[in-house]
Write a protein that binds this ligand. Structure first.
Ligand code: ADP
Ligand code: NI
Length: 214
């Protein structure tokens, strides 16, 4: 655990200027969510979970060259004295956990990986999830809503990143509303309930206002 401050400093240096919704505020909330989940899964290795939370977006293919970022990260973890087993455990989690990586088939994760994935996905739903989707959609110049464009089903990874006909509201149906059923742990599923309700209420109110009904 004494290595965690160095790991947080590494992630901070990599992501402190991020304006895509993967900044320090996201990492802080993911670690915070993970601490809640750890209380219910005390057999999980706390250090591996928290280290992976802080590092999970430092090798994201949207933000960086993933191969180069991975070898740099491995060298760093070795240099601060993590064991080979710890490095492998962290890398296995952060390379397999993303939503896109799991679109074409679910990847097998360790218990620690399941907690990190749940902690990350909880931050994609609820009120924070609404704001992140709107923020991302604005940054990528997505249309806000177009009732003529239907949400896509059976999305592949390639289609998920194809934003030409994407709308911010459709992203809720293509990803955000599906997350609650995809969570690994009971504790995360419990936390997701309120967030799911909030998103459904948001969408209902949005459509009512759009249609002049409220
Ligand atoms: P992951 O890292 O699990 O693949 P993303 O990086 O795709 O997830 O998502 C980062 C944030 O941006 C999430 O909150 C997600 O819901 C949001 N986001 C991703 N794609 C879109 C989109 N097409 N429109 C709106 N928001 C999006
Ligand atoms: Ni994340």
């Amino acid at each position: 655990m004494d290595k965690l401050p160095q790991i947080i400093a590494y992630a901070t240096a990599k992501l402190k200027n991020d304006k895509t919704g993967h900044g320090l505020d996201h990492l802080t909330r993911v670690a915070q969510n993970a601490k809640l989940l750890l209380k219910e899964e005390p057999q999980a290795d706390t250090f591996i979970v928290l280290a992976a939370c802080w590092l999970h977006d430092t090798i994201d293919e949207k933000l960086t060259d993933p191969k180069q970022a991975q070898s740099q990260l491995k060298a760093f973890l070795k240099q601060i004295g993590l064991t080979e087993a710890q490095i492998q455990a962290i890398l296995a989690i952060i390379t397999q956990m993303s939503f896109t990586r799991n679109l074409n088939g679910r990847q097998k994760l360790s218990l620690e990986g399941q907690l990190v994935q749940d902690a990350d996905w909880l931050d994609a739903i609820g009120a924070i999830g609404c704001v992140r989707a709107i923020y991302y959609g604005g940054a990528h110049r997505e249309t806000i809503y177009d009732p003529k464009i239907k949400p896509r089903t059976n999305l592949t990874k390639e289609a998920y990143r194809q934003l030409e006909d994407e709308t911010i509201i459709n992203h809720f149906y293509e990803k955000l509303l599906k997350i609650a059923d995809m969570l690994n742990t009971q504790a995360a599923k419990e936390l997701a309930k309120k967030r799911q309700k909030f998103m459904l209420a948001f969408l209902e109110e949005f459509k009512n206002e759009w249609n002049g009904l409220s």
